[in-house]
Design a protein around this ligand. Structure first.
Ligand code: SAH
Ligand code: SF4
Ligand code: F3S
Length: 550
């Protein structure tokens, strides 16, 4: 189905961000005016195992004082970032870039100009890792072709795969010079300095308290009007299929004051949308603000349970969200992901009351079958999840909900799978991210369960899920006809410069014809709509002809 939008009103200085949703809507221009949205380490020393006998040498820096690494300056060396995985990896790369920039490194978007290639990796599924192995082979080729007049090209593997596969990375892929896990980015200048002398430098130590709270990330895309802000790291949930608790370690929260400072700075820089990131934002706790604690200490409602002991006291996510939302009423706030098992009403109240907090939730279900959910150790039943969705919709009318699902998990029968399909239809999600189960070593599922759904069957099931998704989104698109929506403009659409693209509150991409805006609310002069503007559009029918024309 095609849908068109008619631009009704526009606000010069307000906007939003892009994300993983891939649906798009389209539109045509008419009248503009102002929209009121007011209510709107210490270094962790460790390791350095190493490598090849001839050119490389084993260094253990944990106990020895090595004077020559005092010089950790980048001296203008160029770094190329190749980033995989989730939004948190993007934001981690911005932390890494901040740390390296401060040491005199430069960034290049041209891989052939790089002195150092840093691959920021993901380990969530086998496919994510395969991509990185393939790319490392390409980079090995670049290394060999490197002009001999220049210092050797160095390759660093960072992030979740580095944490999971440290030994293999060094043994199997000999071109790798640096291996750094998600909690050792402060150590990168030193690791890079070590690698300059042809040592393989490794730091994969996980931390209980590293949040990079004092590092102001430097955004990779300086033109973007949207930003990610990591509010916590690690995960204690231990879902049986998931590698994240092993690659990112224990859950810890960044203090509210540091998050608020960063968002204030982003607002001053003209950022119009911020997405708060954490593996389970609902268990956020700023324990440094104990004395102000007001909210109830546990939110576990009937039908929900948790495997770990909830933290006590401190400021919680609802407090953080409220503080962040009050910084700039023209800045849209999103967050991902809340875990269904501890969804407090306080958070829903803030979403409802604050106009600039998007009425949109990513609420990963993973499966619609209670016995599968039990084996996944998700901490809720199908019924409890459905009750929660109903409660959310009562408290926040018109909220849009999206989800993650896994098909083919250990022991998932045809009947179990059908329950997932019926859950998808019952909830009527605005969007879903759907994955085939991928066995991960170390996880409980790897140790205790059997990956017994054949690949072919997983593929059949995922296809049925995609068909269901298409059917549901067609249905939800239809319900939007005639509605007026606030769109944060991102820039030209992929189709044409005459067609602009932006995101609505539900994070769905919307295309609409380029138009003009008043220079100021009272001005007769006009200027083109720009990234960072908010426009209000009315969703209407759009013929295929329109799509062809543009
Ligand atoms: N912390 C987030 C999820 C982060 S991982 C949350 O709980 O919402 C993103 C998604 O990857 C998960 O929601 C899950 O759907 C999927 N995923 C995780 N491990 C997987 C595995 N082993 N195989 C397939 N998909 C997986
Ligand atoms: Fe993985 Fe579960 Fe933690 Fe999400 S909540 S990161 S799925 S262990
Ligand atoms: Fe993110 Fe992938 Fe790590 S999803 S947390 S980069 S395993």
């Amino acid at each position: 189905m095609s849908i068109s939008m008619r631009v009704l009103r526009c606000m010069p200085s307000v906007v939003l961000r892009r994300n993983a949703c891939r649906r798009s809507l389209s539109s045509s221009t008419s009248l503009w005016h102002k929209v009121d949205i007011k209510n709107g380490p210490g270094l962790q020393h460790f390791i350095a195992n190493s490598v090849s006998p001839s050119t490389q040498q084993e260094i253990d820096t944990s106990e020895v004082d090595i004077p020559y690494i005092d010089n950790v300056s980048g001296d203008g060396q160029k770094v190329y970032f190749d980033v995989y995985g989730c939004q948190m990896n993007v934001n981690d790369t911005e932390v890494v870039w901040s740390i390296l920039q401060a040491k005199g490194y430069e960034k290049t978007d041209e891989v052939l100009l790089a002195d150092v290639i840093l691959v920021v990796t993901c380990a969530i599924r086998e496919g994510a890792e395969t991509k990185v192995w393939n790319q490392l082979r390409n980079y090995r080729g670049l290394k060999k072709k490197r002009n001999r007049d220049k210092p050797p090209l160095r390759i660093g593997v960072l992030g979740c795969m580095a944490e999971r596969l440290k030994e293999q990375l060094i043994e199997k892929e000999r071109s790798v010079d640096i291996v750094a896990g998600p909690d050792s980015y402060r150590d990168l200048p030193r690791l890079l300095a070590l690698s300059r002398d042809r040592h393989t430098a490794v730091n994969v130590m996980l931390s209980h308290d590293e949040t990079y709270a004092d590092v102001m990330p430097v955004r990779l895309d300086q033109n973007s009007k949207t930003a990610y802000v990591t509010i916590m790291r690690g995960c204690d949930n231990m879902c049986t299929y998931c590698i994240v608790p092993f690659t990112r370690g224990r859950e810890r929260s960044r203090p509210i004051s540091s998050i608020v400072d960063e968002i204030r700075y982003l607002s001053q820089q003209g950022i119009k949308e911020v997405t708060l990131l954490g593996q389970n934002v609902n268990s956020y706790r700023d324990l440094s603000e104990q004395q102000h604690f007001v909210a109830a200490d546990t939110n576990l409602a009937k039908g929900f349970k948790t495997v770990y002991k909830s933290k006590k006291g401190g400021r919680r996510f609802a407090d953080l969200l409220d503080r962040v939302a009050s910084i700039d009423p023209e800045m849209r706030i999103r967050f991902t992901s809340p875990h269904p098992k501890d969804f407090p009403d306080e958070v829903l109240e803030v979403i409802r009351e604050r106009a600039n907090v998007c009425k949109h939730l990513h609420l990963p279900a993973q499966s619609g079958c209670s016995s599968v959910l039990e084996r996944m150790r998700r901490g809720y039943t199908r019924e409890a999840y459905i009750d929660l969705v109903q409660h959310i919709r009562e408290m926040v009318p018109r909220v849009s909900i999206c989800s993650d699902f896994i098909c083919g998990f250990c022991g998932e029968s045809e009947e179990d799978f059908k329950e997932t399909i019926t859950l998808m239809r019952t909830v009527v999600y605005n969007w879903m991210f759907i994955f085939m189960y991928s066995l991960r070593e170390k996880t409980t599922a790897h140790r205790r369960l059997k990956d017994d759904v054949p690949d072919e069957e997983k593929r059949r099931r995922i296809e049925i899920m995609h068909q269901t998704l298409r059917m549901i989104t067609e249905q939800t698109n239809k319900t939007q006809l005639g509605t007026r929506q606030l769109i944060l403009v991102e820039g030209a659409s992929k189709r044409s410069r005459q067609v602009l693209a932006g995101r609505n509150e539900a994070n769905i991409k919307v295309n609409f014809p380029a138009g003009l805006l008043p220079m100021s609310p009272d001005s007769q002069e006009r200027r083109p709509v720009e990234p960072g503007d908010y426009v209000v559009v009315e969703v209407g029918f759009l013929s295929l002809l329109y799509l062809i024309l543009f």
